[in-house]
Design a protein around this ligand. Structure first.
Ligand SMILES: *Cc1c(COP(=O)(O)O)cnc(C)c1O
Length: 224
């Protein structure tokens, strides 16, 4: 399928999901996940108006950023964070969705260059409680929020989750609903970003309050 067709199909899925949830059109932000895809694919999306891109691997992202230096792109880091990569992430991204420990947040805070605005951060929550997954458990969220809010070079914006795959819309909704409710219970007005939903579950995420979806394969085709 040509890119334009995939983009149009995705935009109509998003709009339908917003409408079905009685939410305003364009209330959900799209981050195009370009991991494993070449810079040329990013250019194609850019020319269609897309400005926010998500990457999972630091070295791969830095290569594409160097190629695309002339473009007005907002870069989101969404992959697992190794401590030895925090400096590059702090220097080269506007957003990080995958913070799940205080030590990583402290390093990002210390390494964020002074000439850049504070780094926008979401805390990744292991909402399906999978032993192999990144993310903190929901019961530890409150404590981590409190600790990270003291870091001046971090702007804590919200949460991110990648639930385990589920087969039906109703099952897909449950983890998103649980995360949304848990964050609201914290009564922290600055936690406004719900980074929830990917190619296969974005409708369920939007139904449960997602404000930002991270979409790869539905936009760029299957990854190898
Ligand atoms: C790869 C990835 C995505 C995009 O997944 P698709 O199913 O291709 O849309 C979103 N979020 C994270 C954290 C990812 O690693």
């Amino acid at each position: 399928m040509p890119f334009k067709q995939r983009l149009t199909a995705l935009q109509s899925r998003i709009r339908q999901a917003e409408t079905a949830a009685n939410r305003p059109v364009d209330s959900v932000q799209l981050v195009a996940v370009s991991k494993t895809k070449p810079a040329a694919d990013i250019v194609q999306a850019y020319l269609a108006g897309q400005r926010h891109f998500g990457e999972n691997y630091v070295q791969e992202a830095l290569g594409k950023q160097a190629e695309l230096g002339a473009f007005d792109i907002t870069w989101h880091f969404i992959g697992p964070i190794q401590s030895n990569k925090t400096k590059a992430i702090a220097q080269h991204f506007a957003w990080v969705h995958s913070v799940d420990r205080l030590k990583v947040a402290e390093r990002l805070n210390a390494q964020r260059p002074a000439h850049l605005p504070p780094l926008k951060v979401c805390l990744q929550v292991n909402i399906s409680r999978e032993s192999s997954k990144s993310g903190i458990m929901l019961e530890n969220l409150s404590e981590l929020v409190t600790a990270i809010q003291t870091l001046p070079r971090i702007q804590l914006c919200g949460v991110m989750a990648v639930p385990e795959p589920a087969q039906t819309f109703e099952l897909q909704r449950l983890p998103f609903k649980a995360l949304y409710a848990a964050v609201n219970q914290l009564q922290q007005p600055t936690l406004t970003t719900f980074s929830m939903g990917m190619s296969d579950d974005l409708e369920a995420a939007i139904a449960e309050g997602s404000t930002l979806i991270r979409v790869g394969s539905a936009l760029f085709g299957q990854r190898q």
